[in-house]
Design a protein around this ligand. Sequence first.
Ligand code: OGA
Ligand code: MN
Length: 297
Amino acid sequence: MSALTEATTSDLTVRKLHPALGAEVRGIDMRRPLDPATASALQAIWMEHLVLVFPSQNVTDAEHVAFTRYFGEPEIFHQKIIRSERVQEIFRVSNVNEDGVLMPPDHPVAQQVALAQFWHTDSSYKDIPCTGALLHGVEVSRTGGETQFTNMYLVYDALSPALKRLVDGRKARHNFGHMHSQAALKPLTEEEKAAMPPVWQPIVRQHPVTGRKALYISPIYNDEVEGMSADDAKRLIVELTQIAADPRFVYTHRWETDDVLMWDNRCSMHQVTPFDPRERRVMHRTTIVGQDRVMAG
Ligand code: OGA
Ligand code: MN
């Protein structure tokens, strides 16, 4: 493909990375525009594999945002401390500040970012959660910092009949502030709480594109389950999380610089494995604004 032509569908190669989910896609240069056929081919490949890995994408933040627009509207994150001051659609998953200085591990931003070391799906605490996200490995870690993804369609399918009966038609609460109570994070101020009130989401959701049922929990945010005591709710979320973490459902991504990963938050969870906080890790994320309320499955 010459540098000036658009990518065409015939350039795409797709290689499955794990039986449960994940595919590597080559033949795309994110710095160039996509023709409509390639954009819709990618959309279909994404729906099939849930997580796409695009290696060797040496993109600027602006190019990353432009590529995101093929899949929806990029979100501007509500917390200023996390988003980039330079390109506001960039959410910084980083222990290095924008001046390039490593943060101490007890820095509030480093602490918040470290909560991604627990299973979650992004922005499930919003009335209309995001569709998906695209994460660019700008400075990748070598001491850990691998990202794990689990296929929540398969997790739902694998539940015992008793667990299915328990979760079908039931809602869980997703509370942004709950995350803050789990780490040495400052609790949210009243104003921050009012800006992000907890929401109740069905535990089993129907994916708006594929129509398939997926388990929809986000353990770092789940603080209540409908009709259950606090202890029972906690136990249920832990049990479901353990099933979701079974290696048969999980793809683990070892990052190379300039990988871009794109995942579907409606049918997957992810977490990052621990890494040495003295090692720099700079990841830039765009987030695709959701279109629909979560539909019960
Ligand atoms: C995220 C996230 C994991 C990682 O960007 O939403 O959870 O590997 N990141 O940094
Ligand atoms: Mn995340």
